[in-house]
Ligand binder design. Structure first.
Ligand code: CS2
Length: 496
């Protein structure tokens, strides 16, 4: 079977027909999310209006996707999947790929190139190397320290700042850094981390860089939304069957996609408004809507689902006790903490969320959503939890989310969290397991890990929250996740 490449791509599958010669965007994080979100919106925009907006995709460590894309003339397919339909398209917006770990200097040069107008990022929550305690740059992180010491940068913030330095010295033309990760205020947060990195440099380097950052570099906030599972052979087979071609790196995606951005670009941008994106002066309400109602609820579904032996998100929401817990965390705990943007119909948005989570054909796995909880929960739980606690209410389902996460990471003695929980990757897992081994009760365990900064200092100071987490851990360990959820669901909303 022929390989997908520029010569074999069926014209009907292409999202745009431009010949892309120029690279205007360097993207850090060549994962599935970027390839089925930003790349697709960019291709749709290019279908409408021409522009120098080819994307150079930078993978951080693994060369698998970067090399396969190179072998395919930077083409790959997006397999859009719903229970009723499968649609395959080829975005064809990449003009090159690099692997940061193999070629760090080329990455800096690419970001510094005068033709680069935008640097976009999908490096996941923990790729920002910040401390959940202070939200500032984690100066205790050895990679951050090495980057500051002048080693070829490994961290995204190190790469950005070192490349900006190079750019400033070479020609100083303005540039935009656009975070596309699920962080509150992702643009402002990235700006803060880059500035802190710059401020930690020796005085001579520091002063010229910080002054230039203020005038020539913008960091718009953006909200990104599309459920995108990991690639499996089933999707490779779908491409083979429908296009008659071998694509080793297709990306599965749900049909839904949303992108809301602030229009603060220092050096031009694609006409993304023609590619399904929305521009607004204030992204924060959209970010909070998505981060809390979708991502926050998603975490609870994933942890309860994994503990109940469910492999996928749709299999989890098919469990009545998980669907009810999802409704309760969304309505009782997250919804009161946000302001719904005026152009969003809340009932439609929520019913669409439940439909999206029920997409059985997509098979989004609990282990994928449950991975990296230590970085994700710090974005999702503390602020809404504090809001309720300050008002004298216990956010039952936020405590349940934390307890279910901890049971997946460090199962209490005698409790089997099952294979899906065991498969969740998390940089904090080893330290959570060690803490569980040191402590003799759920109360001592919860207190130790929450005090170590897992969910920030302010929530750690709320003993009543830690106590409730410990109670839920005990119930999960003794009676299972369904009983713990029933206990949380039993609490009437007004008596939280
Ligand atoms: C999920 C997200 O893995 C997770 O934590 O909640 O990846 C989610 O699928 C996307 O943010 C949807 O836009």
């Amino acid at each position: 079977m022929n390989r997908l490449n520029a010569a074999t791509t069926p014209p009907g599958a292409l999202l745009h027909r431009r010949a892309l010669r120029e690279t205007g965007i360097v993207h850090l994080g060549l994962g599935n999310f970027h390839r089925a979100h930003q790349a697709v919106h960019t291709a749709a925009a290019l279908d409408h209006t021409d522009g120098p907006w080819g994307i150079l995709g930078v993978a951080s460590r693994s060369g698998d996707v970067a090399n396969a894309m190179r072998e395919q003339d930077f083409r790959y397919s997006v397999v859009e999947i719903s229970p009723h339909d499968t649609r395959i398209t080829v975005p064809a917006v990449h003009t090159g790929t690099l692997v940061g770990a193999q070629d760090p200097d080329a990455v800096l040069d690419a970001i510094a190139a005068p033709s680069t107008a935008i640097v976009t990022l999908t490096v996941t929550e923990h790729g920002y190397t910040y401390s959940p305690r202070t939200r500032g740059l984690d100066l205790d992180n050895p990679d951050v320290r090495a980057d500051l010491g002048g080693a070829p940068p490994k961290t995204a913030i190190g790469q950005l700042t070192r490349a900006l330095q190079r750019r400033l010295r070479a020609h100083a033309s303005p540039v935009t850094i656009l975070s596309c990760d699920n962080l509150t205020g992702n643009g402002s947060h990235t700006a803060r981390l880059v500035r802190e990195f710059a401020e930690a440099l020796p005085a001579g380097e520091r002063d010229e860089l910080t002054a230039w950052l203020d005038t020539a570099v913008t960091f718009p906030n953006s909200m990104v939304d599309r459920i995108i599972p990991a690639t499996t052979d089933a999707y490779r087979a779908a491409v083979a069957e429908r296009l008659g071609l071998r694509d080793t790196v297709p990306v599965p995606a749900e049909p839904f996609s949303m992108w809301v951005l602030e229009d603060d670009f220092a050096s031009g941008r694609p006409r993304w408004e023609h590619g399904g994106a929305r521009f607004t002066a204030d992204v924060l309400p959209y970010e909070l809507l998505k981060l809390r109602l979708l991502n926050g609820t998603h975490s609870l579904i994933a942890y309860l689902g994994a503990l109940a032996g469910r492999d996928t998100i749709p299999a989890s929401t098919a469990e009545p006790f998980i669907a009810e817990a999802a409704r309760r965390v969304l309505h009782d705990d997250y919804l009161p903490s946000i302001e719904v943007p005026a152009d969003v119909d809340l009932d439609d948005y929520v019913s669409q969320l439940f439909d999206r989570w029920s997409n059985t054909a997509l098979g989004h796995r609990t282990r994928q959503v449950g991975s990296d909880g230590s970085a994700k929960l710090a974005q999702r739980i503390p602020e809404p939890a504090l809001l309720h606690l300050r008002a004298g209410r216990m956010p039952q389902h936020l405590a349940l989310t934390t307890a279910a996460y901890l049971c997946c990471m460090a199962p209490p003695e005698g409790f089997d969290a099952g294979p899906h929980a065991a498969a969740m990757a998390d940089p904090a897992r080893a330290s959570l397991v060690a803490a569980a081994g040191r402590t003799r009760s759920a109360a001592a365990f919860a207190a130790e890990v929450i005090h170590s900064g897992l969910l920030g200092d302010e929530l750690a100071a709320r003993a009543e929250f830690t106590d409730r987490v410990a109670e839920f851990i005990d119930i999960i360990a003794t009676h299972g996740p369904a009983t713990a959820a029933a206990e949380a669901n039993r609490q009437p909303a007004e008596q939280r």
